[in-house]
Design a protein around this ligand. Structure first.
Ligand SMILES: [Zn+2]
Ligand SMILES: [Zn+2]
Length: 163
């Protein structure tokens, strides 16, 4: 669950390796259905009351193609570097506050947010995806249609009358 038990962390470097199941990650436009586990490999560095947690997070899942909506697999991977302090410090996205009597440092939200930032704005099943015909709805990767020939751009209609 990406929770670090504070009592178990010794001064200096402590390895942190964990994997957790997360169902999906919501991006701005699309949701990734996470098929794999979310893997974290990194370290917790403790210096007195300061915890620096850094490493790499990765997972993979399926997402609809931005052009044809076909589900395809993508990988998300990112590095992180978080600081946990027992008091409020400068406003930084990577700095978090914990209470002295907390049992755990909760990394779940920071880790998921890092993955959200890695979500592509646009994801294509293939670079050459032809998408879906806006007129007849056919998947143009599988069949062709003649809509673009038959349909005349309506903006040209007034000009045609002048001819
Ligand atoms: Zn596609
Ligand atoms: Zn068509």
């Amino acid at each position: 669950m990406f929770k670090i038990k504070i009592k178990d962390v010794k001064d200096g470097l402590n390895p942190w390796i964990e994997s957790t199941k997360i169902l999906n990650i919501e991006g701005i436009y699309d949701t990734l259905n996470v098929d794999d586990l979310v893997y974290v490999t990194g370290n917790i560095e403790k210096e007195k009351f300061i915890y620096r947690i850094f490493g790499k997070v990765q997972t993979s899942g399926t997402i609809p193609c931005s052009r044809c909506l076909k589900e395809h697999t993508i990988k998300l991977e990112s590095f992180f570097n978080f600081i946990f302090l027992p008091f409020k410090s400068e406003n930084d996205d990577d700095v978090f506050v914990y209470n002295e009597d907390d049992e755990y440092l909760n990394l779940e939200e920071p880790i998921i947010n890092i993955l959200k930032m890695e979500m592509p704005l646009r994801s294509l099943c293939s670079e050459s995806c032809k998408g879906i015909c806006p007129y007849c709805g056919k998947d143009l990767n599988e069949e062709s249609c003649s809509c673009h020939i038959e349909k005349i751009d309506p903006r040209w209609e007034p000009l045609k009358k002048l001819l």
